[in-house]
Ligand binder design. Sequence first.
Ligand code: ZN
Length: 291
Amino acid sequence: MIIGALEAGGTKFVCGIGNEHGEILDRISFPTEKPEPTIAQAIGYFQSKQIEALGVGSFGPLDLDPDSPNYGHVTTTPKPGWQNYDLLGGLTSALNVPAGFDTDVNAAAFGEAKWGAAQGLGSCVYYTVGTGIGAGVYAEGRLVHGLVHPEGGHVPVRRHPEDRFEGTCPYHKDCLEGMAAGPAIAARWNADGGSLPEDHPAWEMEAHYLAEAVTGAILLLSPKKIILGGGVMHQEQLFPLIRRSVARNLNGYVASAALDDLDSYIVPPVLGDNAGLAGSLALGIEAAGGD
Ligand code: ZN
């Protein structure tokens, strides 16, 4: 069975095909332009591959309520042309196959729960830390949606005591994304994060903010794994700093053997930068009636 997978990001679209075992057989990517030409390119790719189902993990915010007239739409994004755009409808009306649809980070969480770092555990929280920050939540064996979907990139965080940076989020200024996404690092230090040395104080500050969010997720959701992916997390020196800061935050309060071994609990994605596409494939398999 050939299943299509689309990771619809704010800066690029990744289209691929795979099988029901989660193997990705082919992929292409192209920049995210205005909706119509971007969708047309994706449709052309999937038509040429004769897919039998499709899974879409998209940038958001999204309407994920199947009973809503706007199900499948991108909603309040600041991205020009994409506000209230019917992404899922545009794809399925042309491709005419069953389709699964979720946020890009929920898709990544799903991929890691099915085939990656949280395989067999039944729960995980997946953060992507890059141009923006998002969080996908998988709990009790399913993706969490609720009111709309988790917006874990915008949770409030306690300030680092030495940080005077005001924050970049257009909605909240100093939420997690406003303090810790790639553009916030660049604006605070007046340098691209990738150019800062491993021992630069930027990373201890970055770890502080990510640890704030991770601590909140542990306390609220009690996930069996925390997975941190995205471009900023390629700075591997962040992992020990985040674990140390989380341990300090929790201060021994939550009794769990998993939390005594944070090296195994707070981890990078096993699927690496494929987590989003693999998760979209998993959504497609689910839409096709598989498991
Ligand atoms: Zn925000």
